[in-house]
Design a protein around this ligand. Structure first.
Ligand code: NAD
Length: 374
């Protein structure tokens, strides 16, 4: 495509997600027929040096040690926020006020009220938004949702979801922004993904019973001392869905040995699905309609039949990777900006997930079921 308008990106943060977003922009540009030419304009980080180094390695034209430089730059069209959670609201509101589209990592904000404020501001300003729930961009999740919707599992009875990793299992791993009492914890960090997947597959959750636990109550503060931890290391929740199904969801960052267990099981009257993120190019389907003596979970491998896999690779079973999910997420967002497609996980959707996170937290504090608030 030639003569496309430019979409100039201002990226804030050059850590794990910053790099993943850059891979996503680069891949999306080459794999999808996008309505814009993506330009990596300026990258910001905590200091001039970090930002300058990141601009060299990641391919940005400019860099800054002050994220506000990006907001005030009239050339930048889209602000991409991959900074720690506590900054999301301030950065996003500033970007929206400057009339820029905003792509922000999850969790969208510290509390649902903040997230709704951000969603309302974006709506008033008429800018497009997106939150980084990349696991939802897996074609196998869309297949699972389609199979559930068209009734291949019959009536859905129950759901089991989990997002477990082990990056905080060691008590000596230091206090980070993920332990920030305002908006941190395994529930916000990982439970937000698990809740988003549950609702993506089965529709709205109507009530929750949460149990959040702090297992490691202090961590090294990086200055030779210890800092108290108030947030959860582990949260479990029972959930009821609007469609009548019930389920359980777990979020843990102390699951020793688990690297990426973003998994679910869905049980219906005539079929079931099992999925594990550690093998995310596969979906396992059991059909009670199969002949007796031949029943069992069949493994469906991702391939060109599962859009947009075929744009990445013509051969089935060769597999998409984690960074490809970001490329799909970015392509969806860029199309939404041009008006070619919907905003699948905009700030309103992010605020909805943040509301669920807050509800689970409140439920755990009260020790009682609560109705979902929004
Ligand atoms: P990280 O620590 O690796 O990176 C954060 C970056 O932000 C660093 O480069 C840091 O120097 C920079 N930063 C800190 N303060 C800043 C400031 N004031 N101005 C500009 N830059 C600043 O963290 P991460 O793992 O990349 O997480 C960042 C965000 O991405 C978090 O909100 C996290 O929840 C989210 N995340 C999402 C996923 C996902 O799968 N969607 C995965 C990991 C992290």
């Amino acid at each position: 495509m030639t003569n496309r308008p430019k979409l100039r990106i201002g990226l804030i943060g050059s850590g794990f997600m910053g790099k993943t977003h850059v891979f996503g922009f680069a891949t999306a540009q080459r794999v999808f027929d996008l309505p814009f030419e993506i330009v990596l304009h300026t990258i910001a980080d905590r200091t001039d040096d970090i930002a300058a180094q990141a601009s060299r390695s990641l391919g940005f034209a400019r860099s800054s040690g002050d994220w506000r430089t990006l907001i005030s730059d009239p050339e930048i069209d889209l602000i991409d926020i991959t900074a720690p959670n506590a900054f999301h609201k301030e950065m996003a509101l500033a970007a929206i006020a400057a009339g820029k589209h905003v792509y922000c990592e999850k969790p969208l904000a510290q509390l649902a009220g903040d997230a709704w404020e951000m969603a309302d501001a974006a709506k008033r300003a008429g800018v497009r938004t997106q939150v980084g729930f990349n696991y939802l961009c897996n074609p196998m999740l869309r297949l699972a949702r389609d199979m559930i919707r068209i009734g291949e599992l019959g009536e859905i009875r129950s759901y089991r979801g989990i997002h477990a990793e082990d990056y905080m299992a060691d008590p000596e791993s230091p206090f980070t922004f993920r332990h920030d009492p305002a908006g941190g914890g395994a529930l916000a960090d990982l439970g937000s993904h698990a809740l988003a997947t549950a609702e993506y597959l089965l529709g709205p959750i109507s009530s929750v019973l949460g149990d959040s636990v702090t297992v490691i109550d202090s961590r090294p503060d990086g200055a030779g001392g210890k800092r108290d931890v108030e947030v959860d290391d582990l949260s479990r929740m029972f959930v009821r869905f609007d469609n009548g199904a019930s389920g359980s969801i777990e979020a843990s960052w102390i699951a020793t040995g688990r690297k990426m267990q973003h998994d679910f099981e869905v049980y219906g009257t005539t079929g079931a699905l099992i999925f594990t993120q550690e093998r995310f190019n596969e979906l396992h389907f059991y059909s009670a309609a199969d002949q007796a003596g031949r029943r069992g979970f069949r493994r469906i491998e991702a391939g060109p039949d599962h859009d947009p896999y075929g744009l990445f690779c013509v051969a089935p079973g060769h597999q998409l990777g984690f960074n490809d999910l970001k490329a799909i997420e970015i392509a969806n967002f860029v199309k939404a900006i041009s008006g070619e497609g919907p905003e699948p996980m905009n700030f309103r959707a992010g605020a909805r997930i943040q509301g669920l996170v807050d509800d689970v937290r409140r439920s755990s504090g009260r020790g009682a079921w609560i109705d979902v608030s929004a």
